[in-house]
Ligand binder design. Structure first.
Ligand SMILES: *Cc1c(COP(=O)(O)O)cnc(C)c1O
Length: 430
């Protein structure tokens, strides 16, 4: 399978190149040149299959030309190492809990798949993944890549500017994960990483990659849990609608990929906070990136959604996209109210991101009540403990595995805010 750039369909590269480069040289996003259609038999059989069995089939259809079936099995087993339970919150309203991975957010799926795929594609050399983080990306990438052969992760973060729990999640692992504590701010870390990618001399001497969120190796595996969620819904003849809390729109784009591969999803709801560029676009406003606004669902505070061109590409026509996807946005006060109301009525505790998706689904159901709706819970409520505790006036428990990080010993290397020093450090690792 080849992958083309959304900016130029005739620019095609191999799977390996698409994964190592991440972004096409013309700044476009990579897309599979063909979207395989799964058989109706497979869709009918879904309820009898395990999450992993679904994964072998779907990933096999996409990557079967490039990877052996043993590799695909290894890749899927490594990725789907934890469950994604479907929980009925109200009649006909389900949530898909995607936060049972090591860092309690759905990004664990993409990070785990990406790390394993990189190690399978470059078995004869060492890849170095450089990441600048202000907290969350570092923990997801570090945990996803932990102990994966042939891959070394170097995380740059601003000293004293990330939360203790986040810092512990990427500084206590050791092994193939190194944390560089930079005397500067996040933008300095970002700048040093960018400069390293542009440094010809350095790139001739080592294989550097970014594993950022638009990489197909992080994007594609997210389609798997749509198949799984669908398979666990009660059989019926109602339409199925997925509501996705969106920031960069990678997660929802993966749902659309599942739909294009044959999964019978009738509509998608693109639910956002006040960073509502895409809901506006779906209502007819021209697509125009804006500076992002800060909200309580801060992983969706995105003013220039980087997967937007994937949405257009998947549906071909703007009009089809607008027909299949409904956009809604909600402010923080409405989100907090929904969190409180759902807990009072059902006992279910939502994190602020999941609550935005819940609201989007309910808004859609006002217009079309007779559907089965699934909203994605993208983070454990304990991850946004401050907000959640303030709404409910009670403590949220952190799962043991997260609390365990707090006992780990922090190990970092100090680094000045100086590219020369960073480069010398990288070269010394060769
Ligand atoms: C990243 C993130 C989102 C947004 O996902 P996109 O794929 O960027 O749209 C939503 N919720 C949480 C908790 C996240 O970390």
């Amino acid at each position: 399978m080849k992958f083309y750039s959304t900016n130029n369909k005739s620019h095609k590269v191999s799977l390996k190149e698409a994964v190592i480069k991440g972004l096409a040289p013309d700044q476009g996003l990579y897309m599979p040149e063909r979207i395989p259609r799964l058989s109706a038999d497979f869709i009918d059989q879904l309820p009898e299959l395990t999450f992993q069995e679904i994964g072998y089939e779907v990933i096999g259809a996409l990557y079967g030309e490039d990877l052996s079936s043993e590799d695909i099995k290894e890749l899927v087993d490594h990725t789907l190492a934890f469950d994604a339970p479907l929980v009925e919150v109200e009649d006909g309203v389900y949530t898909l809990e995607l936060f049972h991975g090591p860092t309690l957010a759905f990004k664990d799926f993409g990070a785990r798949f990406c790390s394993k795929l990189m190690s399978l594609l470059v078995s004869d050399e060492k890849v170095r993944v450089l990441v600048a983080t202000s907290g969350d990306t570092g923990s997801a990438v570090a945990n996803g890549f932990y102990k994966v052969p042939n891959v070394e992760v170097i995380i740059l973060y601003p000293s004293g500017k990330v939360s203790t729990l986040q810092e512990k999640q990427f500084t206590t692992l050791g092994e193939n994960i190194t944390a560089l504590e930079v005397d500067g701010v996040f933008d300095d870390c970002q700048q040093m990483v960018k400069q390293a990618f542009l440094d010809k001399d350095l790139n001739e001497k080592m294989l550097l990659t970014s594993a950022n969120s638009i990489n197909i190796a992080r994007w594609i595996p997210q389609c798997l849990y749509y198949f799984y969620a669908y398979s666990r819904l009660p059989k019926g003849d109602r339409k199925v609608v997925f509501s996705v809390p969106s920031g960069n729109f990678g997660n929802i784009a993966a749902g659309m990929l599942a739909e294009r591969m044959g999964l019978p999803i009738d509509n998608f709801v693109a639910a956002t906070n006040v960073n509502k560029i895409v809901p506006d676009f779906l209502k007819g406003v021209p697509f125009r990136p804006r500076p992002s606004l800060q909200t309580i669902s801060n992983s969706m505070d995105v003013g220039n959604p980087s997967n937007f061109y994937r949405l257009l590409d998947l549906y071909g026509e703007e009009s089809t996209l607008k027909e299949r996807v409904k956009g809604y946005f909600f402010d923080d006060a409405t989100t907090r109210e929904a969190m409180a109301e759902v807990k009072a009525a059902t006992g279910y505790v939502m994190d602020p991101h999941g609550a935005v998706a819940y609201l989007g689904l309910k808004a859609f159901m006002e217009e079309q009540p007779d559907i089965t709706g699934v909203f994605l819970e993208t983070a454990h409520p304990g991850k946004f403990g401050d907000v959640v505790e303030a709404v409910h006036q009670e403590k949220v428990e952190l799962p043991d595995r997260l609390a365990a990080f707090l006992n780990g010993k922090k190990k970092t290397e100090l680094m000045g805010n100086d590219y020369g020093e960073f480069k010398a450090y990288l070269l010394s690792k060769k």
